[in-house]
Write a protein that binds this ligand. Structure first.
Ligand code: AMP
Ligand code: ZN
Length: 114
């Protein structure tokens, strides 16, 4: 999608601190980190949010989750864990309308969210 920020990052049109990339996904550091480790994983194809996924996106979603934990370990979160967050639409607090999984670590996070 032409005007989408995360499509532009995934296409290397806008720079980001990339942690991982393959033909289907990209992981990059959040520009406004809310924890010492804070990165995002996005599908390279434009999907608005989790609720806009289709039947054939199932393996892509699994791929995102699998690499989320793998990169979290590489970033030093294996011992104490991390938080894996998918904000969806207005009530979910989504501000960028391209599906992205947040991974936050190296800080104690509390529940419930505000
Ligand atoms: P959400 O509120 O779940 O839609 O999260 C959007 C996230 O994208 C926020 O944590 C922002 O800090 C992050 N963000 C916005 N612009 C950029 C950018 N250019 N590079 C990296 N992260 C970004
Ligand atoms: Zn997009």
């Amino acid at each position: 999608m032409e005007s989408c920020l995360f499509c532009k990052i995934a296409n290397h049109e806008i720079p980001a601190e990339i942690l991982y990339e393959d033909d289907r996904i990209m992981a990059f550091k959040d520009i406004s980190p809310q924890a010492p480790v804070h990165f995002l994983l996005v599908p390279k194809k434009h999907i608005e949010n989790l609720m806009e996924t289709a039947e054939n996106d199932e393996s892509l979603l699994g791929h995102i989750l699998f690499y989320a934990q793998k990169i979290a370990k590489q970033e030093g979160c294996e011992e104490k864990g991390a938080r894996f967050v998918l904000n969806c639409k207005t009530d979910g607090g989504q501000t960028v309308n391209h599906l992205h999984l947040h991974v936050l670590g190296k800080r104690m996070l509390y529940w419930p969210p505000g």
